[in-house]
Unconditional design. Structure first.
Ligand code: MCA
Ligand code: AMP
Length: 505
C-alpha cells in the first residue's frame, strides 16, 4: 500500500475529472469534485486556525449535509481525527464523548450552539462552532467563506488516526475506536474491487453520516471511485424509490429493505437502471430478501462489518448471493472461527466466534490500552459474533456472544440502558433485552422490578425518564413490570428467558 495519507491517495482520482458530479441534492445545487477539493482545503485551514493540532480531534454533531463531507476530508488533510456523533445523542452522552476524546474543536447543530458552548467549556473543549445542513448558515461555514483554500503541507503516515467512532461496550462506557488512514484505504480498496465500482456509478445515499456504513462504506465508496451520489437528508421510501430511476447502487440497513419491500412504488421498472443493492449492519431476514427479489428481480448482496473493522465479509458480485449468509472474506481479511472457551478453531460446519486479522482492523480504543488488549488475542480481533461456515466457504452469522441489541441498524447495549433505568426513582432493578420486531429487526424491551413503595411508577414515567439521558433509539419501546427478574442458580439474569417473557408483551 502506498505510504501516504488517505487524502493523497484519493486526490488524483478526484483531480482526473474535477467537473464530475460528486453529489446531487433532491432540491439544491449539485456539487462537483472541484467543490470538494476547494471546500475541504478551506475546512482543513479553518480546522488548523481553530487550534486543532496534527493528531488532534474534531467532534461533529451535525444534521446530514454536504459540509459534513467537506469537514471529513478537511480533517484528513489537516491530519486531525474526525469524531462523528449522532445528532440524537443527548447532552450527557455528548459530554462523555468530548471529555473522553479530549477534542480540540466541536462542531454542533446551530440551534444547540449556546447550550453546547457552555457544556463544551465544562468538558475542556477550547473551540465550538456550528455546522448547518444548509451548507452556509453555521458559524463554521461563515468562517469557511473567508478562509483561504490553502491548508499548507501536512505530512502524514498511513498509521495516523483518520477517525474515532464511539461504540458502546457490554460493560462500562463507550469506547472510541481509532481508525487509521491505512484502515480506511485498505477497506475502500477491497470494497471497490469486490463490488465493481466505476466512475459512472450513482449511489442513492439515504444513510446517516455518523457511522461506518453511511460515511466510509457508502460515501467512502463513491469517493474512492470518483463516482456520484444522490444525497438524501434522511431515509424516506418515496424519495429513495424516486432516486432509483437515476441511480445504479443502493446501500441500506435491513429495516430500510423491509420498508421498501412493503412500498407499492417498488417495482422492477422503478429499479431498471440499478445494478446493485447492498444490505448490512444487522441480519437481513430471508423473508425480506425474498420479498425484495419478488418485487424487483434484484438479489440483495448482504455483507458483514463492524465499527472496529470496517467490512470483513461479503456475498459476491458475481456468483451466488445466499440468503441468510454474509458471504466470503474480502481481499486481505483473514477470518477464523474459534471456540471462545478453548481458543481453538472449531471443526468445519460448527459454530465459533469470528476472529479477524487484516489491514482493516482498527488501531485500538482511544486512551484505553487495557480495553484494546482485551479485544485482541495474539493479534486476532475478537468480534463477539458467532458464525458457521458452509462447504462453499460462505459464513452465516448465527448469534452473538456480546449482550447487544440491533434496532433498525443501530446498536444498543443493554448495560448502558440498565444503568439509566436503575437510576430512576422507584426502580429496584432492571434488565434490558432485544425482542423480535418485523420492522426494526429487534426492539429494545425492559423488565423492571419496582421498589416496594413505588407501585405508582408507570411505563410512561420510565420512558420519559430514560429519554432525558439516552438517545431515543436506545430507550425501551416496551416496559413490563415484574415481581422479580428471572435468574439462574448463580443469580445471573436469564436473558433468554426474559426475551421469551417480553416477546409477548
Ligand atoms: C429512529 N427511531 C428509532 C430508530 N431510528 N427507534 C429505534 N431504532 C431505530 N433504529 C425512532 C426515532 O427516535 C423516532 O421516535 C421515530 O423512530 C421516528 O424517527 P425517524 O428519524 O423518522 O426514524 P426513521 O427515519 O424511521 O429511522 C429508521 C431508520 C434509521 C431509517 C432505520 O434508524 C436509520 O437510518 N438507521 C440506520 C443506522 C445506521 O446507519 N447503522 C449503521 C451502523 P420518536 O419520535 O419517539 O423520538 S452499524 C455500522 O456502521 C457497521 C459497521 C455495519 O456493519 O454497517
Ligand atoms: P457496530 O459496531 O455498530 O458497527 O456493529 C457491528 C455489529 O453489527 C457486528 O458485530 C454484528 O453483530 C452486526 N452486524 C453487522 N452486519 C451484520 C450482518 N450483515 N448480519 C448480522 N449482523 C451484522
Amino acid at each position: 500500500m502506498a505510504d501516504t495519507s488517505l487524502y493523497e491517495r484519493l486526490r488524483p482520482i478526484w483531480e482526473r475529472d474535477p467537473d464530475r458530479t460528486l453529489l446531487e441534492h433532491p432540491n439544491g445545487r449539485p456539487r462537483t469534485y472541484r467543490w470538494l477539493l476547494e471546500r475541504s482545503a478551506r475546512a482543513a485551514r479553518a480546522i488548523q486556525e481553530e487550534g486543532v493540532p496534527v493528531g488532534g480531534r474534531v467532534a461533529v454533531q451535525a444534521d446530514k449535509g454536504e459540509d459534513l463531507l467537506a469537514v471529513y476530508v478537511g480533517c484528513l488533510r489537516a491530519g486531525a481525527a474526525l469524531l462523528p456523533l449522532n445528532p440524537a445523542a443527548t447532552a450527557e452522552e455528548v459530554a462523555y464523548y468530548l471529555r473522553d476524546s479530549r477534542a480540540s474543536l466541536f462542531l454542533c447543530q446551530p440551534e444547540r450552539l449556546e447550550q453546547m458552548r457552555a457544556m463544551a467549556e465544562r468538558c475542556g473543549v477550547p473551540a465550538v462552532e456550528s455546522l448547518a445542513a444548509d451548507g452556509e448558515s453555521g458559524t463554521f461555514q461563515q468562517r469557511l467563506a473567508r478562509t483561504p483554500a490553502d491548508p499548507g503541507p501536512v505530512s502524514l503516515r498511513p498509521e495516523a488516526t483518520a477517525a474515532i467512532l464511539y461504540t458502546s461496550g457490554t460493560t462500562g462506557r463507550p469506547k472510541g475506536a481509532m481508525l487509521t488512514h491505512r484502515n480506511l484505504a485498505a477497506n475502500a480498496d477491497a470494497l471497490h474491487d469486490a463490488w465493481g465500482w466505476t466512475r459512472t456509478d450513482v449511489l442513492v445515499h439515504a444513510l446517516p453520516l455518523f457511522h461506518i456504513h453511511g460515511l466510509f462504506v457508502a460515501a467512502g465508496g463513491v469517493l474512492r471511485a470518483g463516482a456520484s451520489m444522490i444525497f438524501l437528508p434522511r431515509f424516506d421510501p418515496d424519495a429513495v424509490i424516486h432516486a432509483f430511476r437515476r441511480a445504479t447502487i443502493f446501500m441500506g440497513v435491513p429495516t430500510m429493505y423491509h420498508r421498501l419491500a412493503a412500498h407499492p412504488g417498488l417495482t422492477s421498472e422503478a429499479c431498471r437502471g440499478m445494478r446493485l443493492f447492498i444490505s448490512g449492519s444487522a441480519p437481513l431476514s430471508v423473508a425480506d430478501f425474498e420479498a425484495f427479489r419478488a418485487r424487483t428481480g434484484h438479489t440483495i448482496l448482504e455483507r458483514y462489518g463492524m465499527t472496529e473493522t470496517g467490512m470483513n465479509l461479503s456475498n459476491p458480485l458475481r456468483g451466488p448471493r445466499k440468503p441468510g449468509s454474509v458471504g466470503l472474506p474480502l481481499a486481505g481479511v483473514q477470518v477464523r472461527l474459534v471456540d471462545p472457551e478453548t481458543r481453538r478453531d472449531v471443526p468445519p460446519g460448527e459454530v465459533g466466534e469470528i476472529w479477524l486479522r487484516g489491514p482493516n482492523i482498527f488501531a485500538g480504543y482511544f486512551g484505553a490500552p487495557e480495553k484494546t488488549a482485551e479485544a485482541f488475542h495474539e493479534g486476532w480481533f475478537r468480534t463477539g459474533d458467532l458464525a458457521r461456515r458452509d462447504g462453499d466457504g460462505y459464513y452465516a452469522i448465527v448469534g452473538r456472544l456480546k449482550d447487544m441489541v440491533i434496532s433498525g441498524g443501530l446498536n444498543v447495549y443493554p448495560a448502558e440502558v440498565e444503568a439509566v433505568l436503575d437510576a430512576i426513582d422507584g426502580v429496584e432493578e432492571s434488565a434490558v433485552v432485544g425482542v423480535p420486531d418485523a420492522d426494526l429487526g429487534e426492539r429494545v424491551a425492559a423488565a423492571i422490578v419496582r421498589c416496594a413503595w413505588a407501585a405508582e411508577l408507570t411505563e410512561e414515567r420510565v420512558i420519559t425518564a430514560a429519554r432525558e439521558r439516552l438517545a431515543p433509539y436506545k430507550c425501551p419501546r416496551t416496559v413490563r413490570f415484574l415481581e422479580a427478574l428471572p435468574r439462574n442458580a448463580m443469580g445471573k439474569v436469564e436473558k433468554t428467558r426474559l426475551r421469551e417473557i417480553l416477546a409477548g408483551a
